[in-house]
Write a protein that binds this ligand. Structure first.
Ligand code: B12
Ligand code: SF4
Length: 568
């Protein structure tokens, strides 16, 4: 097996989710991953690429993905075979609180001499608590840890104390917690994320292992790739742990840093070499200003874009912008998240635009030739009552009527779940925003993830909805929206029936769990097959997120060949 200097591991949300009765609920309906949250942070690819450029050999292993793909996959056995002086584990999303720490324990069990470093947003927030677990040696804080990790690797390699590694927290020889200032917060990120996908393909070749690098289940069938535009965010959505205020609070980033239009365009070009799949440009390209957005579109127009582009917009867009986008990327997809139909709730959630402006954007985008327009609504917001959520579904009907059932318009609703992001304004100032925080420590979150139903995992309630109401209202809203979509022919009758079955079966199972009580392990175990059957059904919301790929495939063979032949 080729030697690795660093192995980056991605854990499932709960270890081992395959043995426990867990009714996941619709917590991941609106993202490409399953409720196991098997998608690893893209930052792992960025770290790997940066370190490889510095001469280190880095391997990414998506343990969660492997465990999900096969019930026989033995994660312990694989960990035992892997070897490196340093293992990195992401605890980026809070949903991995249980799995990430358990994987750290396994690493130490098999490799007591190796060091374990954790990183990501949640690690940065909970770094002190993380270091109380004996299996965790280091935590690297911050949104840009490429260079600090390189310095840590150098220290580990040379057996030196890591005193000078920025952003690092660790336990010293006497077991005391030490933390260096979170001082590496670059305001120029031109030298990172240079060609991360190239590094991933190289890893597949080196380790003859494609399965461990697949970002999420179904990716080979639907190989969507992502291009990042920034680190940070200009906005302040109150529920978001990646808002401007959150970045200031625990990532020490005062100002969003943007990648140059040239670098973004280069990524898009590079991806086009190995994939025909859609490319998701993450972060509203207008955030750094309209000039930068236009510059990017001009470069893309000169280069020519072969892949379908998907983009998110954080506020309504002008007709002029949408026409320009259509000229560059015909059949483009757009996403907007008004969260609620009620502008007052939206405003309380930190978004300030009107329904009129949003509907004008939808109209202009569809006129310009947009291939799909996703509109995301959410349950669990400030000032939002159960009644208000159901009125959001009525508003969806209004949209479908106004746009004459246009099938390109995709309406989605899901819960703010399982966690309100630690670090978000609502988590940090709950009284101000009408939240009641039920879980504060990392360990509390870890234990909550083991609860049999997602209702008990939620780490918050609001002044307007209890956990029970959040769950009940979410189920009702999904049911109503499903019927609406079936009526307008947006989903097939078969799909609607499956979705109705999924929700009704979940409601029934919730009642059984209530009768049994969360601590009666024996009886809960008996419910596992039923919970698994419900969990296994794909939400039609998720299917809708996928654009039909037809026979288009990854151009992997060509990529691998050009890599091996060194012709890139
Ligand atoms: C893009 C994005 C996504 C993409 C993910 C793409 C991807 N694979 O990374 C999508 C849309 C799929 C997504 C999904 C989710 N997301 Co999201 N996402 C973002 C967003 C908008 C930008 C992140 C970004 O640009 N990162 C840049 C990349 C290149 O860096 P990075 O991955 O963060 O990695 C760097 C550091 O974090 C660190 N690092 C990360 N891992 C590790 C590991 C080690 C060992 C080390 C040393 C360092 C390290 O170093 C990396 C390199 O410098 C942020 C909000 C924001 N403004 O940042 C939310 C955010 C990160 N997401 C969030 C959440 C909650 C989710 C979901 C759980 C939502 C849900 N319930 O479905 C899912 C999880 C999906 C899964 N795992 O399966 C929260 C996280 C809050 C928290 N602490 O838990 C955020 C902060 C805000 C939000 N609410 O959306 N997300
Ligand atoms: S949810 Fe709001 S604050 Fe968070 S990343 Fe998106 S636009 Fe920024």
């Amino acid at each position: 097996m080729p030697r690795s200097d660093l192995i980056l591991l991605h854990a499932p949300h709960v270890y081992d989710f395959r043995r426990k009765t867990l009714l996941y609920g619709p917590v991941s309906d609106l993202v490409p991953a399953s409720p196991v949250f098997e998608m690893y942070p893209f930052g792992l690819a960025s770290l790997a690429e940066y370190l490889e450029r510095a001469g280190y050999r880095v391997r990414i292993v998506n343990l969660a993905g492997r465990m999900l793909a096969s019930k026989d996959f033995d994660a312990g056995k694989m960990l035992c075979k892997l070897n490196a002086p340093l293992f990195g584990i992401d605890l980026h999303w809070m949903v991995h609180a249980h799995g990430a720490v358990e994987v750290a324990k396994l690493v130490k069990k098999y490799h007591p001499e190796s060091k374990v470093v954790m990183g990501g947003f949640s690690s940065s927030y909970f770094y002190k608590e993380l270091l109380h677990y004996p299996e965790i040696d280091f935590v690297l804080r911050g949104d840009s840890t490429e260079e600090p990790l390189r310095q840590l690797m150098e220290a580990v390699k040379n057996g030196q104390p890591p005193e000078s590694v920025p952003n690092l927290a660790w336990k010293d020889g006497a077991g005391r917690l030490r933390d260096n200032p979170l001082s590496h917060v670059p305001d120029d990120i031109g030298d990172i994320m240079v060609d991360p996908y190239h590094g991933m393909i190289r890893s597949v070749v080196r380790h003859h292992d494609l399965a461990s690098i697949v970002p999420f289940k179904g990716w080979l069938r639907y190989p969507v790739t992502a291009v990042f535009t920034c680190r940070g965010c200009n906005h302040n959505c109150v529920i978001c742990g990646g808002s401007n205020a959150a970045f200031k609070h625990f990532l020490n980033r005062g100002k969003t840093v943007f990648r140059s239009p040239q670098n973004i365009a280069r990524d898009i070009k590079n991806i086009g070499r190995f994939s025909h799949g859609p490319i998701f440009i993450l972060g509203d390209i207008r955030q750094p200003g309209d000039d930068k957005a236009n510059e990017l579109l001009n470069i893309l127009s000169r280069n020519g874009v072969k892949n379908q582009l998907m983009m998110e917009i954080f506020r309504p867009a002008s007709g002029e912008f949408l026409k320009k986008l259509a000229a560059v990327a015909p059949n483009f997809c757009l996403e907007i998240s008004p969260e609620s139909h009620d502008p007052e709730v939206r405003k309380a959630a930190g978004k300030h635009y009107s329904n009129e402006d949003m509907e004008q954007t939808i109209a202009d985008a569809l006129d310009a030739g947009c291939g799909r327009f996703d509109v995301f609504f959410m349950v669990g917001l400030p000032q939002q009552t159960p009644q208000s959520v159901l009125e959001t579904v009525d508003y969806c009907q209004h949209l479908l009527e106004r746009f004459k059932g246009d099938k390109r318009l995709s309406l989605l609703i899901g819960p703010l779940a399982p966690f309100l992001d630690p670090g978000s304004l609502a988590y940090e100032q709950p009284e101000r925003y009408g939240y009641r925080i039920l879980l504060r420590t990392l360990e509390e979150h870890r234990q909550a993830l083991l609860a049999p139903s997602w209702r008990f995992t939620l780490n918050y309630e609001t002044r307007w909805m209890t956990r029970q109401q959040i769950m009940d209202t979410t189920y009702q809203a999904i049911l109503r929206l499903t019927r609406l979509k079936a009526k307008y022919g947006h989903i097939s009758p078969q799909m609607a029936r499956t979705q109705e079955w999924r929700i009704n079966a979940a409601i029934e199972l919730e009642q059984r769990i209530d009768q049994i009580g969360p601590d009666n392990t024996g009886e809960l175990e008996a419910l596992k097959p039923q919970a698994d059957k419900i969990n296994a059904l794909r939400a039609n919301e998720r299917d809708e997120l996928e654009m039909p790929m037809g026979l288009r495939k990854l151009k992997f063979v060509r990529s691998l060949w050009s890599l091996v032949a060194g012709r890139r």
